[in-house]
Design a protein around this ligand. Structure first.
Ligand SMILES: [Fe+2]
Ligand SMILES: [Fe+2]
Length: 179
């Protein structure tokens, strides 16, 4: 495997674990704000991010490359309300999308089409995650300063289905837009 790509995938694994850590910190902040539904939503996202890390790790293992485990360094954002939490999530997902874009650019310049194909799943995921966080941000804007509306949104967020752990890092089968 191309060493530049192996290094970049290792960096991405670190970013995905960092994402999990960030969402977990945001989740704890939301619990402290008495928003258990939003906190639950963020913990489901934590699991999603752990699954992303495992899928990237599986790719390195399958291609007979070493996985490195540098320290995960994440500055937990300051969260004073639900809007802060979802704005932070939205900004973070844009950062991750840029990172996946950089991986694709590298796959292209290094002519690693197997890696390019592998990345398809992550573009689908990023589309979904940017869309999901924006949907909540938009509803929070409608809620304005209404505590009633915020409690209603919190109850909605509590219904987010759990994400199944993916400890083997198997690529999910049905990865299509909106999946
Ligand atoms: Fe991710
Ligand atoms: Fe994400």
């Amino acid at each position: 495997m191309n060493p530049k790509i192996a290094e970049a995938v290792n960096e991405q694994i670190n970013i995905e674990f960092g994402s999990a850590y960030l969402y977990l910190a945001v989740s704890a902040a939301l619990d402290a704000l008495a928003m258990p539904g939003a906190a639950h939503w963020m913990r489901v996202q934590t699991q999603e991010e752990l699954n992303h890390a495992m899928i990237f790790m599986r790719y390195l293992i399958d291609r007979d490359e070493k996985v490195s485990f540098p320290a995960v360094k994440v500055a937990a954002p300051k969260i004073k309300c639900m809007a802060d939490a979802f704005n932070a999530a939205g900004e973070h997902e844009k950062f991750v999308t840029n990172s996946i874009n950089r991986l694709a650019a590298l796959a292209d310049s290094e002519k690693d089409f197997m890696f390019m194909n592998f990345l398809r799943f992550f573009f689908t995921e990023q589309l979904e995650e940017e869309k999901n966080t924006k949907a909540v941000t938009d509803r929070l804007k409608l809620a304005g300063d209404s505590h009633n509306a915020m409690l209603f949104i919190d109850a909605e967020l509590a219904t987010r289905p759990e994400a199944a752990p993916n400890p083997t890092g198997a690529m999910p089968a049905a990865a299509g837009p909106g999946a």
